[in-house]
Design a binder for this molecule. Sequence first.
Ligand SMILES: [Mg+2]
Length: 221
Amino acid sequence: MPGKYKLVAFDVDGTLIDEMQFVWVKIHQDLGMDPEKVGQARDDFLNGCITFREWADYDTNLWIRNGVTKHMIEKSIVKFSVMEGAIDTIKELHRRGYKLAIISGGLDIVVNHFLSNVKKYFSHIVINQLKFDDEGNLKGIDIPPEYDGWGESKQIVLKTIADKEGISTEDCVFVGDSNNDMDVIKEAGLGIAFNATPELSEAADIVIKKKDLREILKIID
Ligand SMILES: [Mg+2]
C-alpha cells in the first residue's frame, strides 16, 4: 500500500515524453505554420488577452486551415520519445497501489502514440483531444472543461481529480518540468520538479536533476 501519498499526477510534454517542452510548438515548426501568427496567439495568451481555450482553438483552426492531417501530426511527433524510466515508473507506482493521473495542456495523440501500453494504469487523463474525420483530416479539438478558466488551470484539474477520489490535494504528488506547472506543483502535497526550469525547481518540494523518472520511486515508497 502507498505511504503518505495516494495519487501521483504527471505532466506530459517534457515529463513523460522527452525531447520537447511543448508539443504544440514542435508541430507548428514541423508543419511550417506562420511564426508571426503562432507567436501573436501565444503572446495574447501570456498577456491575458485570450483564455487557454481560445488559444488552443486558434492554433487548432490554424492547422485546419492549412489542411493538417493525423498522418502529418504523427510524422511530427514520432521524433519524440518516452522519457527514460517512464514506463517502469508508471507500472511500479501502480503496483505499489498509487492512483495515477495525467494533467496536460498538450495533445492526446502524443499519449496515444507513446503511452498506449500503460494508459490503462491511469485513473484520470486530462488532456486536449484532437478530432479527425474518417480520412484523418483535422476537424477540431475537445478541451477539458477544467481548462475553461483563465490560464491552463492545472491546479484546478488536480483539485477536481482529488475531489473525485475523495482525497485532498495534500495527498497528491505532481511531477512536472515547466513554468506552467507552477500553480499545480504548489497545490500538490508533494511537488516534484523533474528536469525542470530553474523557476519551477525553486517552487518545488523536491528537484530531480537526473533525467530518469525512476528517481521518483526512491522518493515515494
Ligand atoms: Mg511540461
